[in-house]
Design a protein around this ligand. Structure first.
Ligand SMILES: Cc1cc2nc3c(=O)[nH]c(=O)nc-3n(C[C@H](O)[C@H](O)[C@H](O)COP(=O)(O)OP(=O)(O)OC[C@H]3O[C@@H](n4cnc5c(N)ncnc54)[C@H](O)[C@@H]3O)c2cc1C
Length: 472
């Protein structure tokens, strides 16, 4: 969020008990810190070690073998680090059709739900039967220099509106969520410009809400062309908000620090418009950022100040390497925490604060603990139990990517927690750039997925033994 927005909210005196400090630890914000005491309805500790291969009992033989093969490939850093180049090369050698035929049953089927509505429905029904919820993601990737004309953004809007519709209009879509990338609807260049303007300029949320309501407002600092594009972009976002409110929760992705303040500004305006009674629009907080605690703190204050419900997607962050390189190149301070441990502390600190708020006002605050990290999941489950937060009360849920860390997702779902899988869909060609970026973002997770591989092997052995015993 911009420092301007931050200033404007800090000047207000909030009734919320977290006022009076910028440090986001539970003691300092005035909550009772979560301490060990007798747990209400605790999850058996053995299950929280996520070591039970029976988590995979709903998977077919082929799904187990496929996952094992794909994770084996992902364990080679050279393959993951160069997967973009390797895929382009293979596609050039084999041709588009043969390449798609080769990729479809393996990598594609592991990480993508399908291309046609009927293929997607089959994957989603399977997920539904496993107690998992869908969080559909239209695989659109835009960064600086990749932006396109208004027609392309309108096409992206049509794809997103279709995603809203598909998310809520099927038997498999219970309490659906979807992901939204603002840069698919507003040019990344404009988001960068707005971010730099926000350092010196104040944009009132009401001005943005008026623009969402289709008023032809003028934003200071923007040229006429930029202003027109911003109004069109806000109009597109408004259409997503109107189509999804009361039906689908829309989780706005966090991207790079050189555009995040603009994305947050727009998201907060959408929250102000659409989140009066419940959180339908959510923002993402990347805990690898040194400023992440302040950003979460600011969002809480703004939500109180402007009377909207706050939905938080809590992630560690996906763009670490590029952020570090850019900061180094530009000679500015690295925005990323100095170590993984610092990121973990930041993640757990933010988690604790939001869970505390939820225990007080479950209707106004919601969180998705979007991580593959078992320790963070364990902490969230333990704190929920200690704070008396219902497992499926709708205020706390968990999120992992489709095809990854199913031992965590399935164990949680089997214990009655609300678990979402981020589900990309589309043709092999459309999802390829998405898959390559996700593989690179998650390469540490993919390479460290040894435990899931061991569990998959155990489950295969268990089934083989069962078959042999039955045959005797
Ligand atoms: C449902 C879902 C939605 C997501 N949406 C977004 C999004 O909108 N925006 C986004 O940026 N990401 C998003 N992500 C990706 C996420 O940010 C992580 O990249 C990914 O989940 C890996 O983090 P982890 O907590 O799962 O795993 P872990 O293995 O526990 O953590 C790996 C992460 O820790 C951090 N890290 C690793 N090494 C260091 C270090 N040396 N110093 C500091 N930090 C370090 C990095 O963020 C790295 O990705 C999403 C993930 C999920 C599951």
């Amino acid at each position: 969020m911009s420092s301007v927005l931050r200033l404007c909210i800090v000047h207000h005196h909030q009734p919320l008990r977290i006022m009076g400090t910028r440090m986001l630890t539970s003691e300092r914000v005035g909550f009772a810190p979560i301490r060990s005491h007798e747990l209400k309805d605790p999850v058996p500790p053995a299950l929280l070690s996520f070591k039970d291969p029976r988590a995979f009992q709903s998977k077919s033989w082929w799904e187990l073998i496929r996952a094992l093969g794909v994770f084996r490939l992902c364990s080679y850093p050279v393959l993951v680090n160069n997967c973009g180049k390797l895929m382009s090369f293979t596609r050039a050698v084999l041709g588009k059709r043969v390449f798609a035929m080769v990729l479809r049953p393996f990598v594609y089927a592991q990480f993508v739900a399908g291309e046609t509505e009927s293929e997607i429905a089959v994957s989603m029904e399977k997920m539904n039967s496993q107690g998992l919820h869908p969080m559909l993601a239209v695989p659109i990737e835009e960064d600086l220099g990749e932006s396109s004309g208004e027609k392309k953004y309108d096409d992206n809007l049509a794809a997103m509106l279709e995603c809203v519709h598909m998310s809520h209009s099927n038997a498999w879509s219970k309490d659906p969520m979807m992901q939204l990338k603002i840069t698919a609807l507003v040019s990344p260049e404009l988001c960068v410009k707005l971010t730099s303007l926000l350092k010196k300029q104040h944009y009132d949320l009401d001005l943005l809400v008026r623009a969402l309501d289709r008023e032809a407002v003028t934003f200071p600092g923007l040229s006429e062309t930029e202003n027109t594009h911003f109004l069109l972009g806000l109009n597109r976002l408004n259409q997503i908000g109107e189509a999804s409110v009361n039906k689908v929760r829309v989780l706005v992705d966090a991207e790079y620090t050189y555009m995040n303040p603009a994305l947050s500004l727009v998201t907060m305006a959408m929250m102000k418009k659409f989140n009066r009674d419940s959180a339908w629009i959510w923002n993402t907080y990347q805990c690898y950022l040194k400023e992440s605690r302040d950003l979460v703190f600011d969002a809480i204050h703004l939500s109180v100040d402007q009377s909207f419900c706050l939905g938080v997607k809590l992630v560690r962050g996906a763009y670490m390497d590029k952020e570090k390189k850019l900061a180094h190149k530009e000679g500015r301070e690295d925005p990323i925490h100095q170590s993984w441990e610092h990121t973990n502390n930041s993640y757990n600190g933010c988690l604790e604060v939001i869970l505390n708020l939820i225990s007080q006002q479950p209707d106004r605050y919601k969180i998705i603990v979007a991580t593959h990290n078992e320790e963070s999941v364990r902490k969230a489950v333990t704190w929920m139990t200690e704070l008396g937060i219902a497992r499926d009360g709708g205020s706390v849920c968990f999120g992992q990517l489709l095809g990854m860390c199913d031992h965590v997702s399935l164990t949680l779902a089997q214990q009655g927690f609300s678990v979402y899988k981020s589900v990309p869909y589309g043709s092999v060609d459309d999802t390829l750039p998405y898959l390559v970026r996700r593989a690179q973002e998650n390469r540490t997770v993919l390479q460290g997925i040894r435990k899931e591989r061991d569990l998959l092997k155990q489950e295969l052995r268990r089934r083989a033994r069962e078959k042999i015993t039955q045959a005797k």
